[in-house]
Design a protein around this ligand. Structure first.
Ligand code: NAD
Length: 286
């Protein structure tokens, strides 16, 4: 691999996003230390990578030997203290500020001073995350989309003190992964969720006000706007609790009532209707 930051990387968090991120780096030749505090999550993360690589082999986009080599490049670990000479760390732990704070303090202490600490956060301020460390110039958002091996975009978000050099390196690394990075600044929701979530929220208002049925709303956006998936089905896929959390961040952070979460969304979340993961959201998945 050509980029020096690429040779050895670490990914913290082996969940939905972390195992996908580990897979794309390993597939492009990086040695990957995949860290998760939970043994079970680590095992499941590696199982997901294995299954995902098998699908790529089946589609004849990768040979079995290359898939085996990629998997062999991922080394699981339970501790951030196992960090070695990695120049780039991508954090993908749970979306809670207290958890990110603890992880970034630990990463700052364990990683070499030159190492870039990137975060995959969807909604927490990169500037605040940078302030948990003594290297805010080397802290940056590297926002991959789900599913990571398939989606081309990486939103690269600069915090208040992120340096030009850090930004350039992360843009180059994203390109070396075969992705298309887009640079953004640190405002709530960045670009992706600032544009997406109000659309989903408005679709929920349409449902609540009886403008159309749930199927009708999704069909309008699929057939009329060529969206591959309707906004209500997409909300179910993302998780209604996650959508609510992100809308709260937009509402609070931007201080504009146009981001207020729809009461129907609040009611669904309160009832435990969280979308696909709970079997029921705007649509039924049982
Ligand atoms: P997830 O819940 O699937 O995985 C999080 C993992 O972090 C878990 O395996 C957990 O064991 C681990 N973890 C928690 N605390 C830890 C710690 N202290 N040290 C090490 N590991 C720890 O979450 P996810 O959906 O993969 O999301 C991860 C991040 O990616 C979040 O910041 C989220 O906002 C962001 N994100 C998610 C999506 C998505 O569609 N799921 C899309 C873009 C960005």
């Amino acid at each position: 691999m050509t980029h020096p930051y690429f040779e050895q990387v670490a990914v913290v968090g082996a969940g939905t996003m972390g195992n996908g991120i580990a897979q794309v780096f390993a597939s492009r030749g990086s040695q990957v230390l995949l860290i998760d505090a939970n043994d079970d999550a680590l095992r499941k993360g590696l199982d997901n990578v294995r299954a995902s690589l098998a699908r790529v082999v089946k589609k004849e986009q990768l040979t079995q030997a290359a898939a085996d080599a990629a998997l062999a490049r991922i080394k699981p670990s339970a501790k951030i203290a196992d960090l070695g000479r990695e120049m780039l760390v991508v954090e993908a732990v749970s979306e809670r500020k207290d958890v990110k704070a603890a992880v970034f303090r630990e990463l700052d202490a364990a990683a070499s001073p030159d190492t870039i600490l990137a975060t995959n956060t969807s909604s927490i301020s990169i500037t605040e995350i940078g302030a948990f460390t003594r290297r805010a110039d080397r802290v940056i958002g590297m926002h991959f989309m789900n599913p990571v091996p398939v989606m081309k975009l990486v939103e690269v978000i600069r915090g208040q003190d992120t340096s030009d050099q850090t930004t350039r390196t992360v843009m180059e690394c994203s390109e070396a992964l075969g992705k298309s990075p887009v640079e953004a600044n640190d405002f709530p929701g960045f670009v992706s969720n600032r544009v997406l979530m109000p659309m989903i929220n408005e679709a929920i208002f349409c449902l609540m006000e009886g403008v159309a049925t749930r199927e009708g709303i999704d069909t309008v956006m699929k057939l009329g706007m060529a969206h591959p998936m309707g906004p209500l089905a997409l909300a179910d896929l993302i998780g209604l609790d996650v959508c609510l959390d992100i809308l709260e961040v937009l509402h609070k952070g931007l201080g504009d009532d146009k981001y207020r979460p729809c009461p129907l969304l609040r009611r669904y979340v309160a009832a435990g209707r969280l979308g696909r993961k709970s079997g029921k959201g705007f649509f039924d998945y049982q």
